[in-house]
Design a protein around this ligand. Sequence first.
Ligand code: NAD
Length: 333
Amino acid sequence: MAHKACIIRGDGIGPEISDATERIIAASGVDIEWIPLDAGLKCVEAGEPIVPDRTLDKIAEVGVALKAPMTTPIGKGSVSPNVTLRKRLDLFACVRPAKSFPGVPTPFEGLDVVIFRENTEDLYAQIEYMETPAVAMSTKIISEPGTERICRSAFEYARANGRKIVTCVHKANIMKVSDGLFLRTFQRVAQDYPDIESWDVIVDALCMQLVTKWRQFDVLVLPNLYGDIVSDLAAGMMGGLGVAPGANYGTHAAVFEAVHGSAPKYTGQNKVNPMALLLSGTLMLRHLGERKAAEDIEAAVSQTVSAGIKTYDLGGTAKTSEFADAVCSLLKG
Ligand code: NAD
C-alpha cells in the first residue's frame, strides 16, 4: 500500500531538488502518494497567508511532509514560512544528524553526531522592542515543559538507536536563570535514563571540542539559538550545506527539510546539490518504516559521489539532474 506524504516544493532551488528527490525515492521502489501543498512567496503574492491554513491542516491530517526550502520575504513584518510551519504545527524537536558521508570530502572522518535543537522557545520567541531609542531588548524564553520534551526526545532517540551519550549544551555559567533551568531540567530527565550516559558542556567549549575531538560526541541537546548555530557548524563539518539533512518532529506531525535555504542565485540552473533534501527524504523513509529503501538510497548516493559524479559544491561538474539520473540508475540496476 502506498504511503501518503505531503510535499512543499518551495521556491528558488526548491523545485529542482524536489524533482531529483522524488525521482530517486520512486526508483528505490517505495510507493509514495505525494500530496502537493503551497506555502511561501507564491501564497503571499496571491494575497494569502505565507502558510495557508489548508496547508497546515493537511500536514496535521497526513502527519508527514517533505519540505523544500522557501525564501523568507524581505520587508517590515515579514515572517519566515519555515518558522511559521514549525510554530503552527508545534514541531518542537529539530533533529539534524551530522555524519561524514562516504565519498564526501571532509577532514572530520568518523563524525557521527545527532543534534536535538529545541525549536519553539529561546530568543526565537520574537519578543523584541526598543527600550529607549538607543537600547534594544530581546526576550529569551526557556520553559521547563519545553525543555523536558526536547530532552526526553533526545534520550528516547538515544535508547532506540543504540546511542551511548547525550550531552546538554548550555551557557548556564552566565545565564544562570534561563540556561540554568535548561540544564537542571536535563539533569532531572537524565535520571530516567540510567542506561544512557549524560554529560553537559558550555556552548563555547563545545564548539572548540567539536572540531578537535568530534568522535567523543554522540547525541547533543541544545536550546534553540545554540542549536541553530551548532547545526550549521556540524553541517560544514559534514561537507557543506549541500549535504546536511534535517527533520522537525512534533507530537502529531513530522516535517523533513534540508538545513540550507532556497539559494535564489542558483534558481533554474540545474546546478545545486540535491543530497541534503534527498537525505532528509531518507530520514522520512525511516520514519515511515522504510529502512531498507533509505539504506539503499544512501548506498547509491555514496557510490555515485565516490565515482566522481558530484555537484559543484563537492568539487564536481555534475548537474542536479545528472546526479539524480546516476543514483536512479544504480537503484534500478
Ligand atoms: P542558503 O542556504 O539558501 O544559501 C547559501 C549558500 O549556500 C548558497 O548561495 C550556495 O552557495 C550554498 N548552498 C545552499 N544550498 C546548496 C545546495 N543544495 N547545493 C549547493 N550549494 C548550496 O542561504 P541564504 O542565501 O542565506 O538564504 C536564502 C533564502 O533561504 C533566504 O530567504 C532565507 O531566509 C531562506 N532560508 C530558508 C531555509 C528553509 O527553507 N528551511 C533555511 C535557511 C534559509
